[in-house]
Write a protein that binds this ligand. Structure first.
Ligand SMILES: [Mg+2]
Length: 112
């Protein structure tokens, strides 16, 4: 499903003439923008106690997380790199990593 959706997003970007390597630096900034939009929504959700409002803000947070993925999918395509390949490499790296979580952050063994 992720792959199917990412193909639709790539087509969307292609139709809008976005898929050129020279656009990658601007796309990267778009990605950073979306990361901060997500952070703003996440902070809202964490602040809210009211059940119904929390639901509404969680939906907004989901949308911003989606925006992050969209920008990354397009950025990968502009750079000619495969998103799943990137994910695989990252997983391979962390899968053998040892360490422990301290105060909510995972610390690598070599940094402990
Ligand atoms: Mg957004």
């Amino acid at each position: 499903m992720f792959e199917k959706l990412s193909k639709k997003i790539i087509k969307w970007a292609k139709d809008r003439d976005l898929l050129h390597r020279k656009n990658a630096p601007k796309q990267f900034m778009k990605f950073i923008e979306e990361v901060f939009e997500f952070k703003a929504e996440m902070d809202q959700v964490e602040r809210i106690d009211h059940e119904k409002l929390k639901e509404i803000y969680t939906d907004r947070m989901k949308l911003e997380m989606g925006d992050i993925f969209v920008t990354l999918i397009i950025l990968c395509e502009q750079l000619g790199i495969d998103l799943f390949d990137c994910l695989n490499k990252a997983y391979k790296k962390i899968s053998i990593r040892t360490g422990k979580t301290i105060n909510g952050t995972f610390i690598k063994s070599e940094d402990l």
